[in-house]
Design a protein around this ligand. Structure first.
Ligand code: ADP
Length: 499
């Protein structure tokens, strides 16, 4: 797949995800808003009902208060004129019509007629009297009610009870706190948990109590619901799995994209590797074939010095070829799950000293120097000697490959004891150094720093990957410290054998 195609797919997928997330968030927001509106509507309706009920209660209170007086006066006035209280009681509801005809019709005598006429007059007078009293009651309500203390007009228990039942009727079964406050905002009484500043923004509902009171004497009921948020959010809980699924999809998508880019890079690196390898093999092969052609020449065959020279060339080039093949073979290590190591206890100090002395010639041929400071007291490690030698050799080889042209090569190999039954090997050089960004990647398979691509410095990008793999297999650690243009130090830490 082309890089552009991967990018194109990434952008399309990213846009799709953003759209999907946007729609989900908008949908959730709408549900929350609708639920909030419904909730507020329910609360307002309940509070209005509570306020109306309290007004009705107050009217009833005044009526009941005056009913006793009315009843008393009716009885006292009718007692003298009427045949019995029962008659009054039964005719009272019909007072509006004042249709007392049947009574008149029933009696035949003139005396009876007069008597019932008197009674009719009495009832009419009584009706007007009651009407006057009722008017008085209404006037009382209008003029006196606002003078009564609010705690009498709407006591705390009644208000709480009304609120509770109204909220329940409207399906708002959640705890609430309330307070009755006067016009200046002073709390007259409140529920035990009421804390005005706990209500939160837009969560306090206010309803005027007794709206017909004069403005200066107005009282208000304030209500808030401490668990309103949870109540509202409970309606969108079902959206949570959809968010989780989207998130999982997003993670999988990102992971796939990363893998695609990694694969892409790996393919490019492999192509570079094949190009490099072909180039590396071509040079010794052509030198050897040239030498073989020369051997066919009689004059050459007759000259022992020429023969000697050709033999040296063939030998050197074969060595070079073998070394390259060895490097490529090392690559097969990576594809196996676990390398088969022939572990044996060796003295790392001794092994390193041998490698250094072998390497001395090579360093000196480049006009450089190699020093060793093998100070580790205990350096007995259990390793595969061949791989251990390869590791040290690869690092030394790199130090030579990536030397600075303007500075004589200075190489140092040191060992030292460290805590935790381990010891360290430091291989330092004064070469070209490695950029901070590249430091993280140099242990990756096929990775080569671009400067490493100088035509005279060839490689496969496998040396350090092999070193890292081997050190890890030996339960050790490797890290690198480097400064561009100053030098590089590779630090290997290996566990010592127990005894
Ligand atoms: P290569 O075959 O390219 O040498 P390596 O895996 O051995 O592959 O090294 C990876 C890269 O790390 C090299 O391309 C080189 O740029 C950088 N590198 C390794 N060792 C050194 C060093 N001692 N000094 C500077 N750069 C180094």
């Amino acid at each position: 797949m082309k890089k552009a195609t991967i990018w194109f797919l990434t952008i399309i997928m990213a846009l799709t995800f953003c759209g999907l997330l946007y729609l989900q968030i908008m949908y959730m927001k709408n549900i929350i808003r609708m639920r909030d509106d419904q909730f507020s509507e329910g609360v307002r309706r309940s509070l209005y009902s509570v306020s109306t009920t309290l007004e009705q209660d107050e009217t009833r209170h005044f009526l009941e208060e005056d009913a006793a007086a009315i009843e008393q006066s009716i009885y006292s006035q009718l007692d003298a004129s009427l045949p019995g209280k029962d008659a009054l009681k039964y005719s009272f509801p019909k007072a509006d019509n004042l249709d007392v005809k049947p009574l008149t019709e029933r009696s035949g005598s003139k005396v009876n007629k007069d008597r019932y006429r008197n009674m009719q007059e009495n009832i009419r007078g009584q009706y007007l009297y009651q009407k006057g009293l009722l008017n008085e009651v209404i006037l009382n309500i209008l003029s006196q009610s606002s003078n009564r203390p609010i705690v009498e007009r709407a006591d705390s228990a009644t208000v709480a009870g009304y609120l509770h039942s109204e909220f329940e009727n409207n399906g708002l079964n959640l705890p609430f706190e309330f307070a009755v406050v006067n016009r200046s905002g002073r709390v007259i009484y409140s529920s035990s948990g009421y804390e005005a500043n706990h209500a939160g923004k837009n969560n306090m509902f206010v309803q005027t109590l007794f709206p017909n009171d004069p403005v200066s004497k107005m009282n208000y009921i304030k209500v808030y619901f401490p668990t309103k948020k949870d109540y509202i959010f409970s309606s969108v809980k079902f959206m949570i799995p959809s968010f989780i699924f989207t998130f999982i999809l997003l993670v999988i998508f990102l992971y796939t994209i990363i893998i695609a880019f990694k694969q892409k890079r790996l393919t490019e690196m492999k192509n570079d590797f094949i190009n490099n390898m072909t180039h590396e093999f071509k040079t010794p092969i052509s030198s050897i074939s040239l030498a073989a052609q020369m051997l066919n020449d009689d004059s050459v065959r007759k000259s022992p010095t020429m023969m000697q020279h050709i033999a040296t060339v063939i030998n050197d080039e074969t060595k070079r070829l073998r070394f390259q093949v060895e490097k490529v073979l090392q690559m097969s290590m990576f594809d196996r799950q676990k390398a088969t190591l022939r572990l044996q206890e060796i003295d790392a100090n001794k092994a390193i000293a041998n490698i250094v002395s072998t390497f001395k010639l090579k360093v000196e041929s480049y006009g450089g120097k190699i020093e060793s400071d093998l100070a580790a007291y205990d350096a007995i490690v259990e390793v595969d000697e061949m791989h251990f030698t390869n590791v040290i050799f690869n690092l030394l080889d790199n130090a030579v490959k990536y030397r600075r042209e303007d500075e004589p090569l200075m190489l140092k190999v040191a060992t030292a004891d460290i805590s935790g039954n381990r010891f360290e090997i430091r291989i330092s050089d004064n070469g070209i150094g490695i950029k901070r960004d590249d430091l993280k990647k140099i242990f990756e398979k096929f990775y080569r720093v671009s400067t490493g691509n100088r035509h005279d410095v060839k490689g496969f990008g496998l040396g350090l990957a092999y070193v890292h793999k081997m050190v890890t297999e030996l339960k050790g650690d490797i890290r690198v410290e480097s400064e561009l243009g100053i030098g590089t130090t590779f630090i290997i830490i290996l566990p010592l054998t127990k005894n």
